[in-house]
Design a protein around this ligand. Structure first.
Ligand SMILES: [Zn+2]
Ligand SMILES: [Zn+2]
Length: 272
């Protein structure tokens, strides 16, 4: 049996949408959509990442001809959504709010049965670089990305000064150093019966602001952050601390926390 390989293809489309149900009162719309409630459109440069999987054809050496994937994506996604008002011009959203979650369901339905010889492994739809939804194995998650700037010194209390210098090198500098940390919070939840959204994004932002950003941003992780005092604030330890702080407070269920210390390194804690 030939081995299976995953293939990732990205497409982009620009579209308008609004969070507003005309049959409901303004008050009800504000309750449903919070700060994003508006009877007027706004728009995004959406990016869709399509992951397909299949066996490698021994004759061509390919899983699937990327031209065939592109033909399907051009027809079913770009052709259907690009430069349109999703609420007004796309039948997929005649009865549904065009939020990321419903858009992913619609795109999955559009691609079903269209990709010959390969399976659809996952779909990720980016609304902005700091907000995206992912569908994989029937599960939908939403990820929000945040930034904080903080200093730290890597120094393990259980090791000698010489051993700390040996293990952590320049990161053991007694005066510390700092990073622009990027923290991605991946959550899931039950879809709201009216909006289709799996998490209250405004509530998520509030919790992350209160529990992490306001307490970590422009702080020294070793000295200023209570849960890290006395610990060696490696990104592993910081990611675990953030996961534990958020787990019981966020709306929905916490799936993962990913902490990027630099553009080249990321650390992920997933739900057990
Ligand atoms: Zn939007
Ligand atoms: Zn560092």
């Amino acid at each position: 049996m030939s081995r299976r390989v995953r293939l990732v293809r990205k497409v982009a489309f620009a579209a308008g949408h609004r969070y507003w149900l005309s049959e409901r009162s303004a008050e009800e719309n504000r309750r449903l959509f919070g700060q994003w409630a508006s009877p007027y459109n706004h728009g995004h440069n959406f990016v869709l990442e399509v992951v397909t999987e299949g066996p490698v054809d021994p004759l061509t050496g390919m899983v699937v001809n990327i031209k065939d994937i592109d033909t399907v994506l051009r027809r079913e996604v770009v052709g259907a959504y690009d430069l349109k008002s999703l609420n007004d011009e796309v039948p997929d959203f005649a009865d549904e709010v065009p939020c990321l979650e419903n858009m992913l369901h619609a795109i999955r339905d559009r691609l079903a049965g269209q990709l010959d010889g390969v399976d659809l492994a996952s779909l990720t739809l980016y609304e902005t670089p700091d907000l995206w939804a992912k569908w994989e194995e029937g599960k939908l998650t939403l990820t929000r990305s945040y930034e904080f700037a903080a200093s730290h010194r890597l120094h393990a209390p259980g090791l000698s000064d010489a051993a700390n210098l040996e293990v952590f090198g320049k990161c053991n500098n007694p005066k510390g150093h700092g990073h622009n940390y990027v923290v991605e919070v991946e959550v899931t939840g039950e879809p709201d019966p009216v909006t289709g959204m799996i998490v209250d994004l405004a509530a998520l932002d509030r919790v992350v602001e209160a529990e992490v950003l306001s307490r970590y941003d422009h702080k020294c992780l070793n000295d200023d952050v209570a849960e890290l005092v006395g610990q060696n604030p490696t990104s592993e330890v910081v990611a675990l601390a953030i996961f534990d702080r958020l787990r019981d407070k966020i709306p929905g269920r916490l799936v993962a926390v990913r902490l990027h210390e630099t553009a080249r390194s990321a650390f992920e804690v997933r739900e057990p």
